[in-house]
Design a protein around this ligand. Structure first.
Ligand code: C5P
Length: 416
């Protein structure tokens, strides 16, 4: 029997008008339409005549499961509105208009409040306070960098439009630079984040994640079991909550969440050296990294070989700096607000409370180590000086969002 309650989609209940203007990135809009629908949104596609040169309305209709609109003079009913005014009805009840791809020409027309096709007309006719306009630009790098386009972007922002991207990289024209439309997955992640509450707007959050690797010789070393998933989920949740996020990551194979500044390090000392100068510039420090407690006292610059004597080599170890304790020690008036993690195999509450006191931090997040390593879900317990609160089993992004919401409530109101 199939599960009667399908998993909640991140965009359940959202109604998105997806506008396509002319550009080769229209092919990505097909995948985007599919991704939005899979995430639970209803997607109403509107295409300009130029967009129809790149991809057929039929493709978008099949993927969105709704008729596609293109002409201002289209007299079909929209969602039961009998007045035949598609340019008005299409955005009524919509949670956002997302134009992806948005060409340079389309942006120029938007800027001037032109309304000479259905898509620009509905952007003008939307309720500006309740139906945000999001623009995902896609164009050649020279077109993007042109002062006219940059002027238009600045004015569109001032008029309240939001921008997702563009990205930089290889372009369909063969050139390399800024102007690529974001990939469908990135646009989906950005849109999900767009709708999240913003309790950390104007705040800066510094996060450590993953293991560290302490080399013994050029081919081997000491490390901890840690996938980095929890820390990366927290970085994503903090960006969604409106924060500016810096993520100092040990060696992990994870994609950087959108909008996060990432600094890659390998050893605990490198992590310490990266974190310490950054910490005073941040409002929150969340130490999720599984930092190796010790490192070999001497690094051999050549591979240590078996010498046939059957006597195993002995390694002298030296203690690594405690990054969390050092940041907590240098706090000024409680800033940054420090959050530590405790991965334990037993007596979680007792060890978490000990860590709270030993590291002198206001919040420790406990989790049972072997049960969570590398997995996509987890259970957390938040321990502070007053007591503890359990965050029941959920996927790591859901837990990260709850943790971020909790931390936001603990911060002093932001200075104005
Ligand atoms: O007791 P333990 O040192 O394992 O505490 C774990 C917490 O301290 C985690 O938040 C971890 O990121 C942080 N930590 C650190 N530097 C270390 C060891 C642990 O920041 N050298």
């Amino acid at each position: 029997m199939t599960d009667p309650t399908p998993p909640r989609g991140e965009l359940d209940g959202r109604h998105i008008v997806l506008g396509l203007s002319g550009g080769i990135a229209c092919y990505k809009a097909a995948e985007l339409a599919r991704a939005l629908v899979k995430a639970g949104a209803t997607v109403q596609v509107v295409m300009t005549a130029s967009a129809e040169q790149f991809i057929t309305p039929l493709t978008l209709q099949a993927l969105s499961g709704r008729p596609v609109f293109g002409s201002t003079w289209d007299a079909r009913e929209v969602d039961g509105h009998a007045n035949n005014m598609a340019h008005i009805n299409l955005t009524r009840g919509a949670d956002a208009v997302l134009v992806a791809p948005a060409s340079a020409d389309f942006m120029a027309r938007l800027l001037h409040g032109r309304a000479d096709d259905l898509l620009s007309l509905l952007c003008l006719a939307r309720a500006i306070d309740s139906c945000p306009l999001i623009i995902a630009p896609a164009m050649n790098r020279e077109m993007w960098a042109h002062p006219a386009t940059q002027r238009n972007v600045a004015q569109l922002r001032a008029d309240g439009a939001h921008f997702f991207g563009p990205d930089s990289g290889a372009q369909a024209c063969g050139e390399v630079g800024e102007g690529r439309m974001l990939e469908p997955d990135d646009l989906l992640e950005a849109l999900i984040g767009f709708f999240r509450p913003k309790p950390l707007a104007g705040r800066r959050v510094l996060i450590t994640a993953g293991p560290t690797f302490e080399p013994i010789d050029p081919v081997r070393g000491i490390t901890n079991l840690s996938s980095g998933k929890m820390g990366f989920a927290i970085a994503r949740a903090a960006v969604e909550a409106g924060a500016e996020v810096t993520l100092v990551a040990g060696p992990v194979h994870l994609a950087t969440p959108r909008g996060v500044r990432r600094i890659d390090v390998r050893t605990a000392q490198q992590m310490f050296d990266a974190v310490m100068p950054l910490a005073p510039e941040h409002d929150v420090f969340i130490a999720t990294a599984a930092v190796a407690d010790w490192r070999p006292a001497h690094l051999s610059d050549q591979k240590i070989k078996k010498d046939g004597s059957k006597v195993a080599p002995l390694f002298e170890l030296t203690e690594n700096p405690d990054i969390l304790a050092a940041v907590a020690q240098h706090c000024v008036a409680g800033r940054p607000f420090c959050v530590g993690f405790a991965a334990e195999s037993h007596d979680l509450l007792k060890h978490s409370r000990e860590k709270l006191e030993r590291k002198r931090v206001p919040l420790i997040v406990g989790n049972l180590g072997p049960a969570t390593f590398g997995r996509d879900d987890n259970t957390l317990v938040l321990v502070d000086a007053h007591g503890h609160r359990e965050l029941p089993q959920a996927d790591k992004l859901t837990l990260a969002r709850s943790l971020i919401a909790d931390v936001a409530l603990r911060l002093e109101p932001a200075a104005r």
